[in-house]
Ligand binder design. Structure first.
Ligand code: BGC
Length: 380
């Protein structure tokens, strides 16, 4: 830990939420893109749909006029990327409908440069989750603040068509690995996005009906082929968990936190992946030695909060706060407990020290702090 593991005051928690918010807004590109991490070698210059959607949700939930504007500007950026690719998306949808889906390399990218291009660096690009997540985040934002979805409606409709045509395809997971599988959290993100779009008023009745039907089919797939020992699984056909499944419970609310599957999933992730409130991504993780990710600890906190366990949720927030550096930056992961210490140096040599600050970590901290009412500082 970079800060002494002493008990933090309510004011310190609120202040970290506040500085997190200011940091995210200060780093947002004029285009609306949120850099994943401003200086980290492998991420510099790129914004992810996945990270960005959760970041936008975080600043939206914080609720000030600047937060609302910032989230909207991110959705403008997503929308511009999608509408610029309308022909491409129609080709993907048409090919799938004809029974000859386009190859993975021709599917949409997972991250884009701030000016809306794919960029020239190789990446593990075919990932479907971010397209569901941006839909979900945009609709939540619109509902939370009575913001009109009208400017983003063409992009929403394109995204819905893309996801409906392709949701059952294997693709890279949240961690940009395992492209041969269909992942539980990816399906959950897509279902959340389609459900949100269906209720948003951005689609006509027929389109809403189809989006809801696709979401129901996805959910059915998850709870039949994607469950083992009563909990959701990392991918269809394994019995392992992955901490990204927490998002499916909260904040995405695809699986109810108090349902049998919701409770069993939170319990399995806690048992297999949480060590003293610090949450690992999955067993066998070797990235930077496989440390603990504050953004996942916050997601575990959100799942506990959704299940009504406030004390457990507060413990998660406190753990995440203690990963902040003395400059109040939250990292991607900390090395307090490594799954494979022998692998850490290899990654440091390859990409430099762990991505810090990671905007997604800050956003999840804000989101959980808001959920727990821990944003009110006497200094604010
Ligand atoms: C993580 C992704 C994330 C990206 C940018 C990668 O190391 O595996 O989940 O989207 O970093 O933060």
């Amino acid at each position: 830990m970079t800060q002494a593991a002493t008990e933090l005051s309510e004011n310190q928690l609120a202040q970290l939420a506040s500085t997190s918010f200011t940091l995210i807004l200060s780093l947002q590109d004029p285009s609306g893109a949120f850099p994943a991490s401003p200086t980290f070698s492998a991420y510099r210059g790129y914004s992810w749909f996945r990270d960005g959607a959760f970041i936008a949700d975080g600043v939206s939930s914080y609720g000030t006029a600047e937060g609302i504007e910032s989230a909207s500007r991110f959705f403008d950026w997503c929308s511009a990327i999608l509408t610029a690719r309308a022909d491409h998306i129609e080709r993907i949808v048409g090919a799938a409908a004809n029974g000859s889906p386009l190859p993975d390399e021709e599917m949409l990218a997972t991250r884009f440069t701030f000016d809306g291009h794919e960029g020239t660096d190789d990446w593990w690009d075919f990932q479907l989750d971010g397209y569901g997540t941006w839909l979900w985040a945009a609709v939540e934002h619109a509902e939370r603040h009575q913001v009109s979805l009208e400017p983003w409606t063409p992009a929403i409709r394109l995204t819905v068509a893309y996801l409906q045509s392709s949701w059952s395809r294997p693709c890279f997971d949240w961690w940009e690995e395992n492209s041969a599988f269909v992942h539980g959290s990816t399906l959950g993100c897509i279902a959340a996005g389609l459900r949100a779009a269906a209720r948003s008023g951005a689609l006509n009745d027929d389109e809403s009906h189809h989006a809801n039907t696709a979401a129901e089919n996805i959910l059915e797939t998850m709870i039949t082929a994607g469950v083992a020992d009563g909990h959701l699984t990392k991918w269809l056909g394994t019995d392992a968990v992955d901490a990204s499944l927490l998002a499916v419970i909260a904040p995405l609310s695809v699986i109810n936190a108090t349902s049998l599957i919701g409770l069993a999933t939170t319990a399995a992730i806690t048992a297999d992946l949480s060590v003293d409130n610090g949450v690992h991504r999955f067993l066998g993780d070797t990235f930077y030695g496989g440390g603990q990710w504050p953004l996942l600890s916050c997601m575990l906190g959100l799942a506990h909060a959704a299940a009504g366990d406030r004390d457990a949720a507060v413990a998660q927030l406190r753990w995440a706060a203690r990963t902040a550096t003395t400059a109040a930056d939250l990292p991607e992961q900390v090395a307090d407990h490594l799954l494979d210490p022998s692998m850490r140096q290899e990654w440091v040599d390859r990409w430099g020290t762990v991505a810090t600050p990671l905007l997604w970590s800050h956003a999840m901290f804000i989101r959980l702090a808001v959920e727990l009412g821990s944003t009110e500082s006497s200094d604010r």
